[in-house]
Design a protein around this ligand. Structure first.
Ligand SMILES: C[S@@+](CC[C@H](N)C(=O)[O-])C[C@H]1O[C@@H](n2cnc3c(N)ncnc32)[C@H](O)[C@@H]1O
Length: 406
């Protein structure tokens, strides 16, 4: 190579940008009413003489906080009760971000959801009480890798601020939930809690069930009632991503799942050491994970082997120990750990390792697999896709081609 293009170092397995997050709740419990469910009368009183509401895309008059110092803005409750064919959505955010929400395909174009089978039961799952885990989601039929399991929009989205006192925030969250159509409100209120404190029930449900969506330059907590029934496993058989344009949480099978088997996702990075995963789960979600990896003695040893291999494969110096064989071995270790939902990184390393020794055919095969894996883990817009699409355009002109001696 005459012009030495910069080597792209693959970062360590990057965990979801918007993980199922744990929310810090203060615990001051004073003077709060139970949920206020809007009555028929109060609902009809906000409708004009035509029976149509006068609040633009929103179904109720806005209820807002004062200006929050940290945001330089107020936060208001925006509910669209007819969103998603009557499923409804409540958003607690700033007026500027609410205006951005309105421009999203999810709110602009009803066919964007229907046309993609979003909020439609896939027939793949059912929910059932499981010993020691609360309710879980199980496979209704045999599932294949890449089968879509769920695709749902959230009932509640809330700006991730940390200025409102807990009880004050609870008040606005309750208004948001109260304004949802009854079926959505009920399925929200039946979800699991972490603290079991009725005074902060709506936030408690957020704490146990939230994912995060980045909209308008700001993270928002998002609760998806159906998807919330997915329990955690450190070698999950399903993977998820969030689509900010469709406001949708997608879940796909990452390996064959037998009818009746529990469907799981990972709430924490499965590449963290066991003690770190356990700490994250006990602090964030108040349970002790007893999955096969958490109880296995070999998991941490395998993780450090994976880390060493990844470092070697990222080494592009003349003394590098990287080889296609090493990349294949790393792939095997991921599979041994049940990390089929996280194969984008080992597939990517395999693509680079093969291309580096001039085997563009195998490089293409693995780059295609990396793309498939990224699509299930990060969604179609992720910048990481570009890396592999660039290689797929023409592996032989890619910076990695013949970069290492065979
Ligand atoms: C998002 S919810 C999952 C559904 C929940 N089991 C339910 O009953 O609705 C998260 C809560 O489920 C429980 N959970 C999830 N995974 C678990 C696991 N592997 N072992 C025990 N409890 C688990 C914990 O109580 C956690 O706070």
């Amino acid at each position: 190579l005459s012009r030495n293009p910069p080597v792209q170092i693959l970062s360590n397995q990057c965990w979801h940008e918007f993980p199922l997050s744990s929310v810090l709740l203060q615990t001051s419990y004073n003077g709060v009413d139970e949920l206020v469910i809007p009555s028929e009368a109060s609902t009809s009183s906000i409708l004009g003489s035509t029976g149509q509401a006068d609040f633009g895309p929103w179904s109720y008059p806005l209820v807002c906080t004062g200006v929050l110092q940290t945001l330089g803005s107020k936060l208001c409750v925006y509910t669209n009760a007819s969103f998603g064919d009557g499923r409804g959505i409540s958003i607690f955010t700033t007026p500027r971000i609410a205006a951005e929400f309105v421009t999203l395909p999810a709110l602009q174009d009803p066919t964007a959801l229907d046309g993609n089978g979003i909020n439609t039961f896939s027939g793949s799952w059912y929910a059932e009480e499981l010993p020691g885990k609360g309710v879980g989601m199980l496979a209704r039929r045999n599932l294949k890798p890449k089968d879509r399991i769920t695709a749902y929009t959230p009932a509640l989205l809330a700006h991730l601020e940390d200025e409102l006192p807990t009880m004050e925030r609870e008040k606005y969250f309750r208004i948001a939930i109260s304004q949802l159509p009854a079926a959505t409100r009920d399925s929200y209120l039946q979800l699991a809690t972490v603290y079991g404190k009725p005074q902060i029930r709506v936030q408690d449900i957020v704490k146990a069930n939230t994912f995060q969506l980045h909209i308008g330059g700001q993270n928002h907590l998002a609760v998806f009632p159906e998807t919330s029934r997915l329990n955690h496993d450190c070698s999950p058989n399903a993977q998820y991503y969030l689509d900010p344009a469709l406001l949708t949480h997608f879940v796909h099978a990452t390996r064959p799942i037998a009818k009746g088997e529990e469907i799981t996702i990972s709430y924490t990075s499965p590449l963290e050491l066991t003690a770190d995963r356990q700490l994250h789960l006990s602090q964030g979600f108040h349970f002790t994970c007893a999955c096969s990896r958490c109880t296995s003695k070999s998991t941490d040893t395998t993780l450090s082997e994976i880390r060493d291999m990844q470092n070697a494969l990222n080494d592009w110096s003349s003394t590098s120990k990287a080889s296609p064989k090493l990349a294949e071995k790393m792939l095997q270790l991921y599979r041994k750990e049940g990390l089929e939902g996280f194969l984008d990184i080992p597939y990517g390393f395999a693509a680079l390792a093969y291309n580096a020794v001039g085997d563009s055919e195998r490089a293409t095969k693995y780059a295609e697999k990396a793309v498939d894996a990224i699509l299930m883990k990060d969604g179609p817009w992720t910048p990481n896709l570009r890396i592999w699409n660039e290689m797929l355009q023409d592996p032989k002109t890619h910076w990695s081609y013949r970069r290492r001696k065979r």
